[in-house]
Design a protein around this ligand. Structure first.
Ligand code: HXC
Length: 517
């Protein structure tokens, strides 16, 4: 390598070697599993020509188990930066064709380097995970590498958005990096996450379970709530990341990206007047309400298959990114339980951390009663949602569409815990509890002594309903700022969020709060 030509040729060959990862055979195996390679995934994610790779020629330093004879340039992870829809991001993409994407000391160092750069430069971090976990031959240095990443995930939390796509295996302690990030995206049938795999499970508990059932995308989307988005394949997973990215600012100091929007006439939505059923015990689809309120097709639901009694997701109102939390009467009458409280609380905290205003739609009969809920901690879990709303300083607006009973009224972004504007529809019922339960308690004696207790109970239910099942006591006290017709909702929200756009709210000075975890 003496001449300039030879030196140039050497660099070209080195780049080509790095780009080939674990070689054609392993690339074919990756494709045969229905997975894209690490580079193909990056090509889909990044704006064309924008990706700039760093540490492409890094190799591991291990000598044990003949590893020094297996030096693959890049060491199983591609790292760098570039643009996604014109905005700077830092990214790593694990290459399963190189030692199964396993994490060595140097592999970890590469990830740590771009994490530090992302933090310094205030840009989001996107990790595409596809790894057999700690590089077994390396032992503790690999574990140390994981911990270096976990530490940075935690330090970066709330400063820059962090997305984790799990696009293959993710087992053991490795799951904790995605778990520390803001959103997890999984691919159905080709990805899984678990702390201990099926073999260990069988040894310890005698339970037989497949990887898919234990920790596949469907399991984490519906049972554990660990994942936020599930895709059919790698390409859709990348598309999902880009979609969510569009609602989120690059760091906690910035406002979310806006889309241009021209007001269209009075912005009335008459269809909203028709959604609620006449019988107040009948369900209706809260997604229909959301659809009418937000900009066309802009609602992007998060965790749609987990705790279905509450809906969370991103949307746009007059072009502005808005986080939505809504009780869902179609599922358990929209009751608040442990899972729903945790799901909503985490979302509220994400939106608050990244300056995304919150819209809360309320139709909640209360907290779910029962031993299962009490023994599993509905008290401390319900308190998470209360805490998350109380602490949030972003603009917060509430619409009570129908029921707002008991403690759930307080929790669901009531005026008392810092909401900025609270509206109610004429159909709203704001009271300590529903008319049936309330009349049973306060008219117990009268009902028992009546000639026809059933008829008396019905009479008392009606009396209580007339007295309390409406929004006007709350409106009389200013707990509700305005009672509005459903059709006016979008119009009011556009004006209200515009009015609140310069809101400043400061929390008391503290090191950090103590959320009831
Ligand atoms: C080194 C690994 C590896 C690992 C896989 N490979 N995992 N090399 N360290 N952790 C290598 C294999 O030797 C193989 O090399 C290639 O990657 C592909 O692996 P296969 O087994 O052929 O692929 P597949 O059948 O798809 O199975 C994938 C797999 C399996 C399920 C991930 O490889 C596996 O069980 N790996 C071990 C997983 C594990 O126990 N990891 C440690 C978890 S604990 P060749 O050369 O044949 O292509 C952990 C702790 C983290 O990670 C702690 C943080 C605090």
């Amino acid at each position: 390598m003496r001449t300039k030509k030879e030196k140039d040729a050497y660099l070209i060959v080195q780049n080509e070697r790095a780009e080939l990862g674990g070689g054609i055979k392993r690339i074919d195996q990756q494709h045969a599993k229905g997975k894209l390679t690490a580079r193909e995934r990056l090509n889909l994610l990044m704006d064309p020509g924008s990706f700039q790779e760093i540490d492409k020629l890094v190799t591991h330093r291990s000598k044990d188990f003949d590893l020094d004879k297996q030096l693959i340039l890049g060491d199983g992870v591609i790292t760098g930066f570039g643009q996604v829809t014109g905005r700077l991001v830092y990214v790593f993409s694990q290459d399963f064709t190189v030692f199964g994407g396993s994490l060595s000391e140097t592999h970890a160092e590469k990830i740590v380097k771009i994490m530090d750069m992302a933090m310094k430069n205030g840009a989001p971090l996107i990790g595409l995970n596809d790894s057999g976990g700690a590089r077994i031959q390396e032992g503790v240095v690999s574990l140390g590498g994981y911990a270096d990443i976990f530490y940075r995930n935690t330090r970066a939390s709330g400063v820059i958005p962090q997305f984790s796509a799990v696009m293959g295996p993710c087992a053991g302690g490795a799951v904790y990096s995605p778990a520390l990030t803001d959103f997890i995206f999984m691919v159905d049938q080709t990805s899984y996450m678990f702390v201990t795999g099926p073999n260990v499970v069988k040894t310890v508990t005698q339970e037989e379970v497949t990887s898919e059932a234990l920790g596949g995308a469907h399991t984490h989307a519906s049972k554990s709530g660990v994942t936020h988005f599930t895709a059919h394949n790698d390409a859709q997973c990348i598309f999902d990341i880009k979609k969510v990215f569009g609602y989120i600012p690059s760091n906690c100091e910035e406002l979310p990206p806006e889309q241009p929007y021209e007001l269209q006439g009075d912005e009335l939505r008459p269809a909203l007047d028709q959604i609620l059923p006449e019988n107040t015990n009948h369900p209706y689809e809260m997604r229909e309400v959301i659809k009418e309120i937000v900009d066309m097709d802009s609602f992007h639901e998060v965790q749609p298959d987990y705790a279905e009694n509450i809906l969370i997701g991103f949307s746009r109102i007059a072009g502005k990114s808005t986080g939505i939390v809504a009780n869902q009467p179609m599922s358990y009458a929209g009751v608040l339980d442990i899972h729903a409280s945790k799901k909503a609380a985490r979302f509220v905290r994400f939106c608050d951390a990244f300056n995304i205003p919150l819209l809360v739609l309320v139709d909640v009969p209360g907290f779910l009663p029962g031993t299962d809920q009490e023994w599993n901690g509905i008290i401390s879990n319900g308190a998470k949602l209360l805490y998350a709303f109380s602490e949030a300083t972003v603009p917060r607006v509430t619409i009570i569409t129908r029921k707002a009973y008991g403690g759930a009224y307080d929790v669901m972004n009531s005026k008392h815990i810092g909401a900025d504007m609270n509206f109610a529809w004429p159909s709203a019922e704001i009271a300590v509890m529903g008319a049936k339960g309330a009349s049973e308690i306060i008219f117990k004696k009268e009902i028992a002594e009546a000639a026809d207790p059933k008829e008396k109970h019905q009479e008392k239910i009606e009396e209580y309903t007339d007295k309390f099942a409406h929004p006007y006591h709350a409106a009389a006290r200013g707990y509700i700022d305005e009672v509005i017709f459903p059709r006016e909702t979008r119009h009011r929200l556009i004006r209200t969020f515009e009015m609140l756009k310069n809101k400043v709210a400061v929390l008391p000075r503290k090191k950090h709060g103590n959320i009831p975890l």
